[in-house]
Structures are given as C-alpha cells and as structure tokens.
Design a protein around this ligand. Sequence first.
Ligand code: SF4
Length: 380
Amino acid sequence: LEESFRRNEQLAKRIVDIIHLRFSEVRRVLGMDRLKIMDFCGTHEWTIVHFGLRSLMPEGLELVAGPGCPVCVTPSRYIEEAIRLALDGVRVYTYGDTFKLRTINDVKGVYSLEEARTIGGDVKMVTGLLDAIRDARRHGRDSVFLGIGFETVAPGYAQAVLSGHVPGNLKLMSLVKLTPPAMFHALDVLREKPPEPPVMGVIAPGHVSTITGAKAWEPVAENYSIPVVVSGFEPIDVLASIAEVLRQLVAREAGVRIEYTRAVSWDGDLKAQAMIHKAFYAVDDAWRGIGFLPLSGLRLRDSFSDIDAFKQFGVQELKPEDWRKDTPPGCRCAEVTLGKAKPTDCPMFLKKCTPEKPYGPCMVSLEGTCAVWARFGGGG
Ligand code: SF4
C-alpha cells in the first residue's frame, strides 16, 4: 500500500464492505454464523482498539487478542531476581514498561523495580541495550540489562554481543521469547476446549515476521487448517488482513499470506537469523501465567557466559518442576493472553487494576491487552 492510502477513509469503507460481503459468504459456504479471528500482536490489538475496528465488523465476527506482549509474559521470578540485584547495588537497566511490572513475591518488602528504586535500588530506564552500554561504560560499576522482548529485539542484542561491544561490567539477562510456540500453544488450548465461536483465522505479527519471515507461520496453517495473514499495523492493513482471512475461508484455503509486503518476506531477514543463532540458543521457557513452552526462549551461548547475567550474577533459571502460576490472585491475565477471556471479564478491570496502578501484568505495557482496552475502550 502506498503511504497515502494507509489511512484513506474511502478505502477503509470499501474494505469494510468487502469484509461484510465475504462474511455473508462464509456463513453460506461454511454454515457458520459466528467465528473468531485472533490477532496475536499487542500492536495489532492497539490498532484495532484505537481505531475502533471492532465496531466495523459484521455481527458474528469477533476479533480476539492473543499472547503478543512480551512484558505480560515475563515470569515474576525474573523480575524478582532483577529487584534483588538492584537492591544489592547492581545497576538494573530496564525498558520503561517493565518498571511498574508487579511480582507475586516481595523482595525485601518491594514488588516492582519502581518500588525498589524508591528504597534506594539502582534502577535506570533506558530505550535499549545500546543506551545501557553507553551508561555502563561511563560509570564502570556492575550492571545488568533486562533483555525482554520477542524476535524483533534479538538481532540488536546479538549484534552487540557478537561485535564485543558489551563492556565487562555489563551483563545481559536474556529473557527473549519466541512467538510461534506461543501461538501454537494458544491454538492448542483453544482446540482442546473449543471456544464458542471457534478461532478460524490468525493475524500474524508484522514486526516479528520481518525477522522470522512469514514461513514461521506455515505450521499454523498446516496443523490447524486455518488461514494466517501477516499484517502491517495501519488500520487499513488490519482490515485488508481480515478480508484476506475471510477470502481464504470462502475458498476453503488455509495458507499463509503476507499483507505487510512492504516489510515482510517469506524467508525473513536471513542475516539477522544467523546472528541470533550465533549468539543464542533456544530453551524451553516459562511464560507468565501460562507455564513452560518448548523452545520458546533464547539464552546466550556458553561462549558468551562472561556477559550472561544468569551465570555471572547467579540468577536462578526457573525449572518446570518449580514453576507455579505466577499471576496475582484473581487476575485473569493468563486467560486474556490466550484469547479465552476479555479484559472486561476480569472483575478488577478499571477498578483495582488501572494503567496508573496496574495489578496484573497485562495492564502494564502499552502492548498488554488490558492496558490497551483501559486506555481506549476495547469492546466496541
Ligand atoms: Fe489482570 Fe488487571 Fe487484566 Fe484483570 S484487568 S486480567 S487483574 S491485568
């Protein structure tokens, strides 16, 4: 799409008309009155909510958010470890949206990095690893960078590690998560106990796919027999992706298509993939509220153990046998993340849990479904 078309009202109206037409066709061809399309990525959910796209959908077509918020799924335990380090005098670098993330267990009476800073913990917000490298070089004290994110952040971390740019006093706590295993898990859970209506298509994350390539989603289309469309983030991108999911359903196709062609290719960024592979290896990793998912996280390879916070600061890895549900009591974030509940199904939504004072992890980051719905109103 040309730049000028991305927010073109007339074009948006035409695509919405096509969505309505195709949905009537889906009803006729598949005999289905209601179905869901899952948007995996928190930024897609933001677009859907911010531009009121749900209100433009035909009755019976529901858009449901998936597990696409890395801050929401970072286990409480690792934030507790970061608090411990900050209170022990290690400078902890974090993205702004992790600052307010609450843990389930306290460390010396505090439950977040924000609270740790109020009692003297050394916590500094940064925009990324390069920012942390610059600061750590300047002060020379022991420091750790919380490397939270999906595949999109991994090439930058890998580049810094491989080029030897990380100073000796700075360690990386790699908490990078890989998204395809989470999508498989969400779809497995929904298939075990099929929701009413069923998920019949997926809008796959655009940013992640610039790195992984659209090929990463082929197993979704193959194993679950549903269409997948890799989408951009403008409202017209998302509308066009929904229209494409419906087109495939009418044609009884289940393939991976790229709507976000201006950034995504089938194979993705092979150079970035090679760098990631050189610096990291995949581990079975814990997802907050969800549990361990196979090969869903990245840790530094042994050859980089000198900058690995897990090894250098004795940060304890979670083990499957130790893992406990780590969302706060009553928080329904785990269900929200898997598309089984909406934020408004949680009794604490906009009462005990608000963007100013988040109680559960999905209310913290701007990519968290509860935070997006709280800020812009998501239901309509
Ligand atoms: Fe959890 Fe808050 Fe969302 Fe409820 S509103 S599910 S407590 S994050």
